[in-house]
Ligand binder design. Structure first.
Ligand code: ATP
Ligand code: MG
Length: 234
């Protein structure tokens, strides 16, 4: 039985290193909602050496964004595979859409599973220092997308994923020079999307905080406030 009373269809937006992946992971666990992350999908393509992976790798390492139509195709096929068709389903999107054009493509016929539309867009706001600190201390488990932080959330065995024991790696784009380009891309391409959601009713909700714990506590409260939790019915 779903934990939330009403379906939550959530998009997480925020600059690189703001903790989208971490918050997504915690929401998935806490509320038992399925989710996908565009960055994780691309990193799996790269690991598997697919054609998309080859193209993605060169673009990601430069801190640039993939072309909107290609990205939409990649995410669309994942959405279809997961059959998120019912308007009563909850889901989470991390990192897609992240441009205005992608948002329009998501709303278009092409992406039927997502027709129900987002009802909460979360903007994560953290200081540049915190972002730099995060990317310097981040390790990822590519097959699952699990994220570790050497300071706040280290793996139980150094360099190994807690669940599978498989090796963790650093992201090649988590280097300070590439980070600056990613931040520039964010300001140019994603901030306008945040503005767009700001104008479309009550969907946008911004949250600021320096640590994932501080942000998650607020996010959890907001999700419950908006969608209701089972056991709350009177
Ligand atoms: P973080 O994971 O630290 O929050 P991020 O948002 O920059 O930061 P990912 O979401 O993992 O990182 O994305 C990594 C890279 O994958 C991006 O820099 C971009 O090249 C590519 N990418 C991911 N999602 C998209 C998208 N929706 N459109 C275009 N490119 C994308
Ligand atoms: Mg991410």
């Amino acid at each position: 039985m779903p934990r939330l009373l009403r379906p939550a269809r959530v998009l997480l937006l925020g600059p690189p290193g703001s903790g989208k992946g971490t918050q997504t992971e915690r929401l998935l666990k806490h509320f038992e909602i399925p989710g996908i992350s565009s960055g994780d999908i691309l990193r799996r393509h790269i690991k598997d050496g697919t054609e998309i992976g080859q193209l993605a790798s060169s673009i990601i390492n430069k801190g640039k964004l993939l072309p909107d139509d290609l990205m939409t195709k990649v995410v669309a096929s994942e959405l279809r595979r997961r059959r998120w068709l019912s308007p009563s389903t909850s889901w989470l999107l991390d990192g897609f859409p992240r441009t205005h054009a992608q948002a329009e493509m998501l709303d278009s016929q092409e992406l039927e599973p997502a027709k129900a539309g987002m009802n909460l867009v979360v903007e994560l706001q953290v200081s540049e220092d915190a972002m730099l600190d995060r990317i310097a201390n981040r390790l990822v488990h590519v097959p699952s997308g699990r994220v570790y932080n050497l300071t706040y959330n280290p793996p139980k065995v150094p360099g190994r994923d807690d669940i599978t024991g498989e090796p963790l790696s650093r992201r090649p784009d988590d280097d300070p020079a590439v980070f600056r380009k990613r931040l520039k891309e964010y300001r140019a391409s994603t901030e306008p999307l945040v503005e767009y959601y700001k104008k479309s009713g009550d969907v946008l909700w911004s949250v600021a905080g320096e640590t994932s714990d501080v942000i998650f506590a607020q996010l959890e409260r907001e999700v419950v406030r908006r969608f209701g939790e089972r056991g709350d019915e009177s």
